[in-house]
Design a protein around this ligand. Structure first.
Ligand SMILES: [Fe+2]
Ligand SMILES: [Fe+2]
Length: 149
C-alpha cells in the first residue's frame, strides 16, 4: 500500500499530464491562456513542494544512488522551470506557442516517469511511514506559500 504522500504526488502528476496534453493541443489564444494558467498552478507549487521536502531530504541521505538520482531530478526541475517561465511570458497567439507547450509537456512527462519509476522506490526504501508523514507536511507547508509568476 502506497503512502498518502506518494499517492498525492501521483495525483498531481496525472493532473499535469492531462493539462499538459490539453495545453499542447489548444489552438485558440484564450484557451491557451486559461490552460497555461491551470498548468502553471499545478506544476509550479508541485516542483517547489518536492524540493522543500523529498529532494532536500534525499540530499542528506547516506546512499550514493539516491543522491545521484536526486541531483538528476533537481536538474530536470530547473529545465521544467525555465520552459514554464518561457511559456508564461509567450504571446499565446504566437506560431511557436504549440511547439513550446509540447516541449514542456514532454519534459514534464519524462520527469514524472523518472520520479514514479525510480525516485518513489528510493523514498519507500529509505524512509519509514513517520518520515514520509513529516515530508508530506513539509510539502504541504511549501504549497501554501506558493509564489506565482
Ligand atoms: Fe519533480
Ligand atoms: Fe513530481
Amino acid at each position: 500500500m502506497k503512502h498518502e504522500f506518494l499517492k498525492h504526488l501521483k495525483q498531481d502528476h496525472d493532473e499535469q499530464k492531462q493539462l499538459g496534453q490539453r495545453l499542447a493541443e489548444a489552438t485558440a489564444a484564450g484557451e491557451r491562456k486559461r490552460l497555461r494558467r491551470k498548468f502553471h498552478d499545478s506544476l509550479y507549487p508541485h516542483l517547489m513542494g518536492e524540493e522543500a521536502s523529498i529532494f532536500k531530504r534525499l540530499q542528506q541521505v547516506d546512499d550514493e544512488e539516491a543522491k545521484k538520482d536526486c541531483l538528476e531530478n533537481l536538474r530536470e526541475h530547473r529545465e521544467a522551470m525555465t520552459a514554464l517561465r518561457e511559456l508564461m511570458a509567450m504571446n499565446s497567439e504566437s506560431d511557436v506557442f504549440q511547439a513550446k507547450a509540447r516541449a514542456l509537456d514532454e519534459l514534464n512527462r519524462h520527469h514524472i516517469g523518472h520520479e514514479e519509476g525510480k525516485t518513489f522506490g528510493h523514498l519507500e526504501r529509505l524512509f519509514d511511514e513517520q518520515e514520509l508523514d513529516r515530508l508530506f507536511e513539509l510539502y504541504e507547508a511549501s504549497e501554501e506559500g506558493k509564489p506565482v509568476f
